[in-house]
Design a protein around this ligand. Structure first.
Ligand code: 5AD
Length: 434
């Protein structure tokens, strides 16, 4: 039986799709990258905001058409929309055959086999605290950089966020299995490990905290680059910063979602820091790691956000000048505290105009930060051929900036010293130092 999988949403979902592939391949299923040849199509979905959700619903309808020409074709919805809507998805989209949540992927082979008799199958339980410790993902990316999940789920209960409901509560993974997989990745020729978690810095296993795990990993695979995301601002400790500083193979970059620059809004969001505390965290990071880059997530138009709150966000962005940010307009998600108790009262047009304003501002900050690299010589891991010009490679520096440069006989997957000579709004341009 052939399966085809399509992935939406965050890195954790990409990782989960790799887990799913591994489980299905082991059970004798065959992976196809041609949707038309598939017996079952799996969509690994995201429910974090309304916009990606709408996109996925449209995709459902497209696949419904494929079912008309291939009567045996089955459609499975896995991931966060599965746990978000549960069996309601069957009611809304009658052509869906299978619904499986993020903690039940081990049951996929058995459930898919049962579909033969035109059954519908569903498992959206989050009760079993699944960590997929023993499953080596079928990594289908570039063979250079590998995702590795160290903690699943979230306990933070931010009032806007669906994650604790769609992915369950925090569950850290046994460090031995993490280290074993790091060694395996090194053996396989991978050059970089990106540790994943909704809050990596909440990692906790018996007495081991994130900074200790990170140090162990950095020592275990000293020739590999280590990245990690996402960090929860108030979990950043001095110990963590010291470890990041001590090991040259740990990349100097934090993804630190601010969400809003207004303490009043942060408190309504139930974020565990004030704006002043966030600024202090940035200060502490920059004191120990002056060349560290910081990226963020920011939302506009959260419940009751006033023009004054929005101006505060602008002010804080101007103070920090993030290297990069993902920016969104708030959309109310059913099941969250904000959905139940707070008023989603910022008009959509205002959410959008505020969003456009911060996007423009961030663009200028990203450009400002990128330009600071000009003239420097940086170590770049070559990840692939530039999409715009095949005579160029692209890679990343420790700060996670993308750099393009003439190939100059170098190889994908190697580290090169690159001199930065120029910058666009999004990308650095360099040349390899012979
Ligand atoms: N509306 C808009 N953005 C959201 N995010 C999370 N929930 C919502 C929501 N309901 C954003 C946050 C988070 C990122 C992953 O998605 O900024 O950090």
């Amino acid at each position: 039986m052939k399966f085809y999988i399509e992935t939406y949403g965050c890195q954790m979902n990409i990782y989960d799709s790799e887990i799913i592939c591994s489980i299905l391949l082991k059970s004798g299923f065959i992976k196809t990258s041609n949707l038309k040849k598939a017996d079952i199509i799996l969509l690994n979905t995201c429910s974090i905001r309304e916009k990606p959700e709408k996109k996925i619903f449209n995709r459902f309808l497209k696949i419904k058409c494929f079912k008309k020409t291939n009567k045996k074709l089955k459609l499975g919805i896995v991931g966060c929309l599965a746990t978000h809507y549960k069996k309601k998805l069957f009611e809304k989209f009658k052509f869906i055959d299978l619904i499986v949540g993020p903690d039940s992927y081990k049951k996929l082979p058995e459930m898919i086999n049962k579909l033969k008799n035109n059954n519908k199958e569903i498992d959206v339980s989050l009760a079993n605290k699944e960590r997929y410790t023993k499953i080596i993902p079928n990594r289908g990316r570039n063979g250079i950089s590998a995702f590795l999940s160290i903690i699943r789920g979230c306990d933070k209960m931010c009032t806007f966020c669906i994650v604790p409901y769609s992915r369950g509560r925090e569950k850290s993974r046994n460090p031995n299995s993490i280290l074993k997989e790091c060694k395996l990745l090194y053996k396989k020729g991978y050059k970089e490990i990106i540790l994943l978690g909704q809050n990596v810095d909440a990692y906790f296993w018996k007495k081991m905290k994130f900074f200790q795990l990170l140090e162990l990993i950095a020592k275990t695979v000293p020739l590999m680059r280590i990245r990690f995301l996402t960090s929860y601002p108030s979990n950043i400790t001095k110990n963590l910063l010291k470890v990041v500083k001590k090991y040259s193979n740990i990349c100097k970059h934090f993804h630190l979602p601010l969400q809003s620059g207004s303490t009043r809004i942060l408190s309504l969001m139930r974020r565990k820091y004030t704006v002043e505390e966030f600024l202090l965290i940035i200060k502490r990071i920059k004191k120990i790691l002056p060349d560290c880059s910081i990226s963020s997530d920011i939302m506009t138009g959260f419940c009751t956000e006033t023009q004054a709150d929005h101006r505060e966000t602008i002010r804080i962005m101007n103070l920090i000048k993030f290297n990069f940010s993902f920016m969104f307009k708030y959309s109310s998600r059913q099941g969250t505290y904000a959905y139940r108790k707070l008023k989603d009262n910022v008009p959509n047009s205002l959410k959008i105009s505020r969003l456009n304003e911060i996007i423009m501002l961030q663009k200028s900050h990203s450009f400002y930060r990128l330009k600071q690299n000009i003239g420097k010589i940086q170590e770049v891991l070559i990840e692939g051929i530039s999409k715009k010009d095949e005579k160029y490679y692209y890679g990343r520096n420790s700060n996670n900036d993308i750099i393009v440069f003439p190939k100059n006989k170098s190889k994908i997957g190697s580290y090169k010293k690159v001199k930065i000579i120029n910058s666009t709004f999004t990308t650095l341009i360099g040349e390899i130092i012979p």
